[in-house]
Design a protein around this ligand. Structure first.
Ligand SMILES: Nc1ncnc2c1ncn2[C@@H]1O[C@H](COP(=O)(O)OP(=O)(O)OP(=O)(O)O)[C@@H](O)[C@H]1O
Ligand SMILES: [Mg+2]
Length: 454
């Protein structure tokens, strides 16, 4: 598609020259010779860029710019101003009013085209970022829950969001820690800047260090150029350190310095890098216990724990189960293009009685699977295939598990989910303890849990 450019100038020679030049370069052009006409053209022609002369009769170029800033969605249109008198003051004034760049007359034709191309590229990027951001925000937009316990956490999170204080999110797996981290960023004054998520358990210590701090050229074999780390990329925004309880002690010491001074060095470097970041950390481990056993630094714990928010497990807020189930049902029926599906009364009953060891994530998965597997529009309890809790297993140990009728691989996967969820519940969300009871390496269990989430 050809980009459409609005040329606003009262000098017919300049208009003609610009038209020729821009059309020869593959742009479509529209013309206005005075300010009011320019504003009308913006509404009717929806150009992608405006070339605006500053000295116009009646409504000046600057007035056009000012009015444009109140016109949605035209307010963000890239405007390149042109001034005949090389009047830098007027150009500076125009830049303050939101112009993208300025050109002085007589116009240099090559420079003109470069500036236009750059402005259009930047605008395309801006729109792409806005689109991607809205996609991500949409996924994380709503915190569902009417229970008092969730409402009070939401209120505390909103209060914390207004400050730059570090926030520590605690709670079992799947209770919404990442959702809250994203929401706090959204509610904060940093929301237009990046939120960078760092998972502290997914990488080895060396890789994590590199990921956080970046490296200088020559820091290790293969480091052929300097690379910025995620802390630097987050400058001005928020860093979300997920699974912080699993970070090694030596990295904890380096992170402490970042929290104290907002400074660090890249791997293999001696230059100090300063960053302006807000830290949100999350863990499903008992950090106080980890401090007692020497696995977590006490000073770091206090630095992170300025505002601590604990997300309640789903079994303690039964009233939220059905609203959440409806919320996920709507999302997954939309994704699967199966509108009109509902939960039967018996299904709702089963959902409410179930203890949800995997919390909200498990509920999300259960509903998603039911939407895919159900042959009818009404979802019945059998299709939910909820895992039996320990009590019902003990009562009737010969009763077949609900997934035994599934194909072999699916059934094995369900069973793996079941024993892991049970071990995690018994260990109160502590991965190390759960791994011990299953006689698995903790990293292996972490990988299994991660796979299950995917
Ligand atoms: N109150 C809520 N309303 C709507 N969706 C929620 C809510 N809480 C959590 N979710 C959804 O549940 C899923 C799991 O949440 P999230 O990833 O934030 O949990 P988590 O605590 O980070 O889990 P883990 O410790 O396993 O990483 C996500 O898809 C999230 O969007
Ligand atoms: Mg998480």
């Amino acid at each position: 598609m050809k980009a459409k450019i609005l040329i606003v100038d009262d000098d017919p020679d300049i208009v003609m020259m610009l038209e020729d030049r821009l059309q020869a370069s593959g742009y479509e052009t529209v013309i206005a010779t005075e300010g009011q006409q320019a504003l009308d053209q913006i509404v009717h022609e929806s150009p992608q860029l405006i070339l605006l002369d500053l000295t116009l009769p009646k409504l000046s170029g600057l007035d056009v710019l000012k009015r444009l800033s109140h016109m949605k969605p035209a307010e963000s249109l890239p405007v390149i101003v042109m001034t005949a008198h090389a009047s830098i003051e007027a150009a500076v004034e125009a830049m303050k009013e939101g112009a993208y760049d300025f050109l002085t007359k007589p116009l240099d034709k090559d420079h003109l085209l470069i500036v236009i191309r750059k402005a259009l590229e930047r605008d395309a990027l801006r729109r792409q970022v806005a689109y991607l951001r809205s996609e991500v925000d949409g996924r994380y937009a709503s915190i569902v829950g009417n229970s008092l316990s969730v409402k009070s956490v939401v209120e505390a999170a909103q209060r914390a969001a207004k400050s730059d204080a570090s926030v520590l999110l605690l709670g079992e797996s799947g209770t919404g820690k990442e959702l809250f981290a994203r929401s706090i960023h959204q509610w904060s004054h940093r929301c237009a800047m990046p939120l960078i998520v760092i998972n502290c358990v997914a990488l080895t210590e060396t890789l994590l260090e590199n990921e956080l701090f970046g490296h200088e050229r020559g820091a290790f074999t293969g480091a052929d150029r300097q690379q910025k780390g995620k802390l630097e990329m987050a400058d001005g925004g928020t860093v979300f350190l997920d699974e912080i309880g699993d970070m090694s002690l030596s990295l904890q010491a380096k992170l402490l310095r970042v929290l104290q001074d907002r400074e660090f060095q890249r791997v293999g470097g001696s230059k100090t890098v300063s960053v302006n970041i807000r830290i949100i950390a999350a863990t499903n481990r008992d950090l106080r216990q980890a401090v007692r056993t020497g696995q977590f630094r006490e000073d770091l714990y206090f630095r992170l724990n300025v505002v601590a928010l604990t997300l309640p497990p789903l079994r303690e807020r039964q009233g939220d189960v059905i609203p959440l189930a409806q919320f996920f049902l709507e999302r997954h029926t939309r994704d699967a293009k199966r509108p009109g599906m509902t939960l039967s009364h018996a299904a709702m009953d089963a959902l409410t009685r179930y203890p949800w060891p995997g919390n909200i994530r498990e509920l999300d998965n259960v509903i998603e699977r039911a939407v895919v597997l159900s042959l009818t529009d009404t979802i019945e309890p059998e299709i939910l295939a909820l895992l039996p809790d320990d009590a019902s297993l003990r009562r009737n140990s010969d009763a077949p598990l609900p997934y035994v009728n599934l194909p072999y691989h699916e059934s094995m996967e369900q069973h793996s989910r079941y024993i892991i969820a049970r071990a995690m519940e018994k260990a109160e969300g502590n991965q190390t303890k759960a791994a011990e009871s299953l006689q698995l390496q903790r990293t292996y269990l972490a990988r299994l849990l991660k796979q299950q989430k995917e």
